[in-house]
Structure formats: structure tokens, C-alpha cells
Write a protein that binds this ligand. Structure first.
Ligand code: G3P
Length: 225
């Protein structure tokens, strides 16, 4: 399962990249707004930092297919390879996906709230589809189940598309999708950090360290023995 960072703050992205295995970064216009800077400059700085082969997902904001395609061409030119153009699953968006996929552009269908939206986007040529898991949960639906249904439908119909599940608020949502074999998730830095946090682990490490120091003296490690 690919793990992407859903953020545009370069310091936060660098911190997560330093400690955790990651496959790229996803953004949307609201995430970029939080930076309060020229969004294209923010995206360029993220691209410069990312290692070769890492994915960068960035969204168009135009409302017509023709304008979305113009935007996508510009974004691909500026942000280079391994850039995924995020397009919302409106009717204009689906049209843009159909046309852009003919150029072999990487497309991520976004703002997905139903499994049918994902299916149609995949048929239109989207490589990834992003159901909003936690937003669905907040609406009284089952976000994890929607992501699982999309995954199953892609397999059943032999579509060359994956789920890129988005909008997480806790580890349990991520775990449920990981256990199901979902292709990729994107989560905010605090959710990614939460994936491994456990008080029992911290306590175990504390006891191991104390025991070792009582044996060989405070501050010594295997390195000095
Ligand atoms: O990219 C979509 C995703 O970021 C939405 O997440 O946390 O705003 O529901 P959230």
C-alpha cells in the first residue's frame, strides 16, 4: 500500500519523510490555502524536495473540461514527471479525464463520495480515485466500506485503477483499508505519526534502556562495549 502525505507544508513533509516510508504528497486547494503563499511556488518547492519517482498530486480548480485540461497541461509542464492531476468527479471533470487520459496523463479523480463516481472516473481513465473516508463517516455513511467497494469493483471489472483513500482522522480507518489490500492512502502528518504511536512501546523501550544501563553503566550502548 502506498502511503502519501496529505499536506503542503514543506517542513511537515520533510519531517515525515525523515522518519517514515512515504511515496509522495497529495494536496488540494484548501490544503494549499493554509500555506498562504503562491500555490504553484509551494508545489514547485515540494517537487524539488521529493525524491525521484515520488508522486505529487495537485488539483485543478477550473470548472469546465477545456479549462481543466489547459490547467493540467501547465501543471504537468511546471511540476514534471510523476505529477498526478487531481480532477473532481463532476460531469466536466469526467469529460476532462476522458480527454486527458488519451494523452497518457496521470489522473487522480477526487472529491469522491460514492463508489459509482469512482467507477465512472476509472472508466474515463483515472489512475487513482480518492474516496473521502472520514468525511463520509461524518455524513453517517461508512467511508471504509465505500473504499473497499471501489477496490472490489475495480478488480471485478479489470479496471487499471486503484483506490487512493483520503480524508482520514484515525489509525483504525487506515488499518481497516490496509488489511483489505487497498492500493494507496493519503493522510495528514499527524495521522501518519499516529500509525505507530503506542504507549506500551514507549514503556517497553524505557524499561529496556534502564535494565541495560544498570548492567553496563548509564549512557553506554552496544557501541562502546
Ligand atoms: O485530498 C482530500 C482530503 O485531503 C480531504 O481530507 O481531512 O479535508 O477531509 P479532509
Amino acid at each position: 500500500m502506498l502511503v502519501l502525505i496529505d499536506d503542503a507544508n514543506l517542513e511537515a513533509i520533510k519531517r515525515i519523510y525523515e522518519f517514515y516510508p512515504c511515496d509522495g504528497v497529495t494536496t488540494n486547494p484548501s490544503i494549499l490555502k493554509k500555506q498562504g503563499e503562491n500555490p504553484m511556488e509551494v508545489l514547485k518547492a515540494i517537487r524539488e524536495f521529493l525524491p525521484d519517482g515520488a508522486q505529487l498530486h495537485a488539483q485543478v480548480v477550473s470548472l469546465t473540461a477545456e479549462k481543466m485540461i489547459d490547467e493540467a497541461h501547465h501543471m504537468l509542464e511546471v511540476l514534471g514527471k510523476d505529477t498526478y492531476i487531481k480532477i473532481p468527479v463532476t460531469s466536466e471533470g469526467i469529460k476532462a479525464m476522458k480527454l486527458l487520459s488519451k494523452e497518457n496523463a496521470n489522473i487522480t479523480a477526487t472529491a469522491i463520495y460514492t463508489s459509482m463516481q469512482a467507477f465512472i472516473a476509472a472508466k474515463a481513465g483515472a489512475r487513482y480515485t480518492a474516496p473521502y473516508v472520514n468525511r463520509l463517516d461524518n455524513m453517517g455513511a461508512d467511508g471504509v466500506q465505500v473504499a473497499k467497494d471501489i477496490h472490489d469493483m475495480f478488480k471485478m471489472h479489470g479496471l487499471n485503477a486503484d483506490v487512493l483513500a483520503a480524508s482520514f482522522k484515525n489509525s483504525q480507518q487506515v488499518l481497516n483499508l490496509c488489511k483489505y489490500g487497498i492500493g494507496s492512502i493519503t493522510a495528514a502528518p499527524d495521522v501518519i505519526e499516529g500509525l505507530i504511536k503506542h504507549d506500551a512501546t514507549a514503556n517497553a523501550v524505557e524499561v529496556f534502556t534502564k535494565d541495560f544501563y544498570s548492567l553496563v553503566g548509564e549512557g553506554n550502548t552496544m557501541e562502546n562495549l
